[in-house]
Design a protein around this ligand. Structure first.
Ligand SMILES: Cc1ncc(COP(=O)(O)O)c(C=O)c1O
Length: 391
């Protein structure tokens, strides 16, 4: 990437980095639908050999993804969970890994049901508290994995402080940045070592691609991830890679609008007597409002608070009849897209987390997670109001 381009703004780079114009002059990066590449001789190889190991579409995407997090390297995966699995595969038996206690249910399932026999010692802790992390560190701790904001309680971990603590102890820090979608938070700049995304969410932004990504600066982490990625083979197809590359071009405008809508809706929910709890990092009532203001910033430095809101409806409201009244807000898992989605973490994304653990965390049956899209905020508010009052 030429130096000149590094001085450009995020929204400009989102469109141009990786999207080179080739010798045909096509204004849009083409999709290379091929699994293999012709080689010059039996003994020598050209730039691309086999699509599991690298392809022009994937290379364009990875250059673009690295830019989003100011990273030296980016790796695309076939899903966020494939990216997450790749992080955990970097560690060996006896290693100790600390994980934010209310991570995405799939990550909880991966650790407790799939990787529990491979002898890496995983421990879930409250990563909102630096002392808790410091006390949990042992001589075998190799990684602290933060999900911040967390899903669905929007708890924050102080990436800068955790990274300082980890650095002193030679521990890597990985951050699941899915909820802020790069535009609202860039963990590598705050000292983290690995950024992970379910790019299925904000980066793809249209609820039509399943994919994931890892971004790193460190050469040795990069070597390990390269091996895991091209040997494990959990890569996006050329079409998914291309769709994602196209989607990132509009990331900043989509996300700005989503953040703006969410701020308005969170305030409205907060003033509604049928809503018993609103969790949104942009409300002063959020326990970590100050940290959110410091840590979540768009690339020009303005504080932003995301477009995920969790709120609890009054017990008098029947959730099913509330959901039946919704038409522009879709009852579905996932988040980050232009189309608003609503889900119930208790019975959906976090179904695999035992009831007692959910109760302890505060994931109650009537807690809803709202992923605010780019529809007009007034239309979204009207629909919520109607569904609450015609129950
Ligand atoms: C915070 C978070 N991390 C990881 C994942 C997993 O991503 P994917 O569904 O793309 O595998 C999700 C999915 O909802 C998520 O919300």
């Amino acid at each position: 990437m030429a130096n000149k381009k590094n001085k450009l703004h995020f929204s400009t780079k989102s469109i141009h980095v990786g999207n080179k114009i080739d010798e045909t002059g096509a204004a849009v990066t083409p999709i290379h639908f091929t699994s293999t590449f012709r080689q010059p001789t039996f003994a020598s190889t050209s730039k691309y050999v086999y699509s599991r190991v690298g392809s022009p579409t994937l290379a364009a995407l990875e250059e673009n993804l690295a830019m989003l997090e100011n990273a030296k390297y980016a790796y695309a995966f076939s899903s966020g969970m494939a990216a997450m699995t790749a992080i955990f595969m970097m560690f060996k038996p006896g290693d100790h890994v600390l994980i934010s206690r209310n991570v995405y249910g799939g990550v909880f399932r991966l650790v407790t049901k799939v990787l529990n026999d491979n002898k890496v010692d995983f421990e879930f802790i409250d990563t909102t508290n630096l002392d808790t992390i410091a006390k949990a560190i042992t001589e075998n701790t190799k990684l602290i994995h933060l999900e911040t904001p967390s899903n669905p309680l929007l708890e924050l971990a102080d990436i800068k402080k955790v990274s300082e603590l980890a650095n002193k102890n030679n521990i890597l820090v990985s951050v699941d940045n899915t909820f802020m979608g790069s535009y609202g938070q860039r963990p590598l700049d705050l000292g983290a070592d690995i950024v992970m995304h379910s790019t299925t969410k904000f980066l793809s932004g249209h609820s039509d691609v399943l994919s994931g990504a890892l971004m790193v600066n460190d050469d040795s982490a990069s070597e390990k991830i390269t091996l895991i990625q091209n040997t494990g083979g959990a890569l996006p197809s050329p079409f998914d890679a291309w769709l994602l590359l196209r989607s990132v071009k509009t990331l900043s405008v989509r996300v700005e609008k989503q953040f703006d809508n969410a701020g308005k809706i969170a305030k409205w929910l907060d003033s509604n007597s049928l809503v018993t709890r609103v969790i949104y990092p942009g409300l002063k009532s959020h326990k970590q409002f100050d940290l959110a203001t410091k840590q979540h910033s768009c690339p020009d430095g303005k504080p932003v608070y995301g477009s995920m809101i969790s709120f609890e409806l009054d017990q008098s409201i029947n959730l099913d009849s509330f959901a039946k009244k919704l038409s522009i807000i879709t009852l579905a898992e996932s988040l980050g897209g232009v189309k608003s989605l609503i889900s119930c973490p208790y019975s959906m994304t976090h179904a695999s987390v035992p009831h007692d653990e959910k109760a302890e965390l505060g994931i109650t049956p009537n807690l809803l997670r709202f992923s605010v899209g780019i529809e007009h905020a007034d239309d979204l508010i009207s629909e919520l109001e109607f569904a609450m009052n015609h129950n």
